[in-house]
Design a protein around this ligand. Sequence first.
Ligand code: SAM
Length: 174
Amino acid sequence: MSDAPRPGEIALHKDPAEQPPDCGLVFIGRIETPWEDRHACPRRGAGSDTICTVQVDEQFAEGLKSLESCSHLILLYWMHEARRDLIVQAPAFDSVTHGCFALRSPVRPNPIALSVVELVAIEGRTLSVRGLDCINGTPLIDIKPYFAANDCVPEASVGWHKDRTHPERRSKDL
Ligand SMILES: C[S@@+](CC[C@H](N)C(=O)[O-])C[C@H]1O[C@@H](n2cnc3c(N)ncnc32)[C@H](O)[C@@H]1O
């Protein structure tokens, strides 16, 4: 697949290999999934029934205390194989371009992803969860409890997505 920008796209750098240095994040574990490349992943975790495994590193084990009482979690992870230079993007399902901050694309200056997952089981530092969409080996940044009362906004809307010109097309980069 070509890295060349599509018509209307704007890249921050001429050379996609030219990436800014990472900040001082500490990865707290890895996510194990059946998907070895981004094309094999579900477009987004919501709706995926596949049970994936989150392995938390030993030094953070105590941070898992009480997590077993949570039914759903927010996972933040680092899309380590994403390019980071496309600031305006042309999703396959729209004839209009959009800024990366209006998209859930992994392609963004800081490739941080989030998913709300169901916690199926927890054994030691191993979490079994349902609802992920990432490549096997994706680094884990953080785990938070999902509070339905605070985190759910039923009336929220994304206008450009409702008005997209090619809803029948699927893209890996929404
Ligand atoms: C559209 S993004 C959504 C990510 C997250 N659920 C979010 O909303 O922030 C999911 C897609 O990112 C791609 N992807 C998954 N893991 C990746 C990784 N480690 N590096 C780069 N791209 C990845 C796959 O194409 C996957 O379908």
